[in-house]
Design a protein around this ligand. Structure first.
Ligand SMILES: NC(=O)c1ccc[n+]([C@@H]2O[C@H](COP(=O)([O-])OP(=O)(O)OC[C@H]3O[C@@H](n4cnc5c(N)ncnc54)[C@H](O)[C@@H]3O)[C@@H](O)[C@H]2O)c1
Ligand SMILES: O=C(O)C[C@H](O)C(=O)O
Length: 333
């Protein structure tokens, strides 16, 4: 076991996602089986008693990798010296709430947390935003965090990628581990574009493009896309709560790959700052296919984009531009 300890912040630590996520970190699933961690767990004052119960459960799990735990409702204490910040806590959408209202409530939270990252966290802190609207919350934190490198801000679209891979595996009758390089473009919302066109399946006969293996273009261009786009809402309708265990798994996958690297030839989807690749608007937090090595990601370049893909990428890009305009307006008020 390494002697070095990394400081990992999880906000919304008394919530549903955190109740799975924290234990994935404790087990070593995120940063590796040798990496010791100090957990910084932040929630609102009302939830601090509940956090005390979470701490008891961490202790009762007897995890050798857990070096220390801080629980707090104080932003400064939570953000101080953290190497990794996983920002899950956010104002949930209430019934009848307009998207703009949700954006406004969360803009305030992520502005404060962006400033806290700049003022109190490790200079090279790596940030993953999960709380919705995830892309735009990440953008707000990024523009509020003077001095923290912009490429250190990401948002979660790995859950969408995992959903897409599973749908393909179910349709093809293969194990999900044999499905590769399915891409999520754009916003973590119903305008996202799940793209199978660069992906392949490892069949007994060899590496086969998804379109060739599945041979059902109507499904691939129709129900496949809409099922993935609407999966979050379908889980909410069934569970009366939003997805939590699958979100925690995806967060673990995202951070694991960012920090420890992706396998040779493998793409994963991450919301990252757009450099204008594939005709997207520079400066948005946009989900792209990326590869990771040495703690850094790079956007995969040169993928073929036909008119079908171009249109769907434009739709999700337009939505993100409009969210950005609304959010920046709130920030300037
Ligand atoms: N990007 C994705 O793929 C994805 C997937 C699932 C859920 N989500 C989003 O993740 C968020 C959390 O989901 P959940 O199911 O854990 O919700 P939850 O309501 O169970 O937990 C959220 C927690 O955040 C806390 N919180 C609220 N404001 C806070 C603040 N300012 N600072 C610290 N903590 C704060 C709440 O007190 C609560 O304990 C939601 O916004 C949800 O929509 C995103
Ligand atoms: O869609 C939602 O509001 C919940 C979450 O973002 C999800 O994708 O499960």
């Amino acid at each position: 076991m390494s002697n070095e300890v990394i400081n990992v912040l999880i906000t919304g630590a008394a919530g549903q996602i955190a109740y799975s996520l924290i234990f994935n970190v404790c087990k070593g699933d995120m940063f590796g089986a040798d990496q010791r961690v100090k957990l910084h767990l932040l929630d609102i004052p009302l939830m601090v008693d509940s956090l005390k119960g979470v701490v008891m459960e961490i202790q009762d799990g007897a995890y050798p990798l857990v070096a220390d735990i801080v629980i707090t409702a104080d932003v400064k204490e939570a953000f101080t010296d953290v190497h990794y910040a996983i920002l899950v806590g956010a104002m949930p959408r209430r019934e009848g709430m307009e998207r703009a209202e949700l954006l406004k409530a969360n803009a305030a939270i992520f502005k404060v947390q962006g400033k806290a990252l700049a003022e109190h966290s490790n200079k090279n802190v790596k940030v993953l935003v999960v709380g919705n609207p995830a892309n735009t919350n990440a953008l707000i934190a990024m523009v509020s965090a003077n001095g923290v490198p912009k490429e250190n801000f990401t948002c979660l679209t790995r859950l969408d990628q995992n959903r897409a891979k599973s749908q393909i595996a179910l349709k093809a009758g293969v194990n999900v581990k044999d499905v590769h390089n399915v891409i999520i473009w754009g916003n973590h919302s119903s305008t996202q574009y799940p793209d199978y066109r660069c992906g392949y399946i490892n069949l007994a006969s060899g590496k086969t493009p998804i379109g060739t293996a599945i041979k059902d273009e109507k499904w691939l261009q129709g129900d496949f896309i809409s099922t993935v786009q609407k999966r979050g809402a379908a889980v909410i309708a069934a569970r009366k709560l939003s997805s939590a265990a699958s979100a925690a798994k995806a967060i673990t996958d995202h951070m694991h790959d960012w920090v420890l690297g992706t396998a040779e030839g493998e793409y994963v989807s991450m919301g990252v700052i757009s450099d204008g690749s594939y005709g997207t608007s520079e400066g948005l937090i946009f989900s792209f296919p990326v590869k990771c090595a040495n703690g850094k990601y790079t956007i995969v370049q040169g993928l073929p984009i036909d008119d079908f893909s171009k249109n769907l990428i434009k739709t999700t890009n337009d939505e993100l531009v409009s969210e950005k305009t609304t959010a920046l307006q709130f920030l300037s008020e």
